[in-house]
Design a protein around this ligand. Structure first.
Ligand SMILES: N[C@@H](CCC(=O)N[C@@H](CS)C(=O)NCC(=O)O)C(=O)O
Length: 202
């Protein structure tokens, strides 16, 4: 299996999950500015939208969408309980968190981070929305250590996206529980290994 990724992008979520479960994979870096692979090949031939992540199976099939890929990855090792069994309340809680991260965090942050031409007025609106989401998460992390109760693939996703506060120099001192969550997450061996492999920490 191949994971197409870009350092620190949302693909980090899938990268972390693969490492949490110890699944074998090859990481293939993508230049998201040029939408090229390291050998110069166009990434649009792999991903029509030019987006990471893409998981490529050994049979050549390719799949995308972080939330879907995380469910697939977690289902490979159900006994590790990174997602609940189909039909359980645990699964609903985890998929609910995946959808929340995708729509209320990832796609709110996204234009800001990946499109430098984003107007200041749009940035201001985005910041306001994110502030409300950070406050909500801060309240949540006052009650529990992880986004869906016990650790799950939704945490891999939440960490990958919330970590962008560092790239964008967004202060989160006002959200101590959220800050502690990011520290808790970044100390996990699989997270450290993924960050190191992507060249984000030494
Ligand atoms: N809906 C997609 C979105 C993926 C996405 O936004 N990827 C970003 C990186 S986090 C990207 O590849 N951006 C490159 C671009 O906009 O050209 C998913 O959830 O996987």
């Amino acid at each position: 299996m191949k994971l197409y990724y870009s350092p620190g992008a949302c693909s980090l979520a899938v990268h972390i999950a693969l490492r949490e479960l110890g699944l074998p994979f090859e990481a293939v870096a993508v230049d998201l500015v040029k939408h090229h692979l390291e050998n110069g090949a166009s990434y649009y031939d792999i991903s029509p939208r030019g987006y990471v992540p893409v998981l490529e199976f050994d049979n050549g099939a390719r799949h995308s969408e972080v939330a879907a890929l995380l469910q697939y990855v977690a289902d490979q090792e159900p006994e590790q309980a990174l997602i609940g069994r189909v039909g359980s309340e645990r699964r609903l809680t985890v998929t609910e968190a995946l959808a929340f991260v995708a729509t209320e965090l990832h796609k709110v942050f996204s234009p800001w981070l990946w499109h430098k031409e984003t107007a200041d007025s749009t940035r201001a609106t985005v910041r306001e929305k994110l502030t409300a989401r950070f406050a909500e998460l801060d309240r949540r992390f006052a009650q529990r250590d992880f986004i869906a109760g016990a650790y799950s693939v939704a945490d891999a996703y939440a960490f990958a996206i919330l970590n962008w506060v560092n790239f964008l120099s967004i202060p989160i001192a006002a959200y101590p529980n959220l800050k502690a969550y990011l520290t808790r997450m970044s100390s996990r061996p699989a997270v450290q290994a993924a960050l190191r492999a992507e060249g984000l920490v030494r």
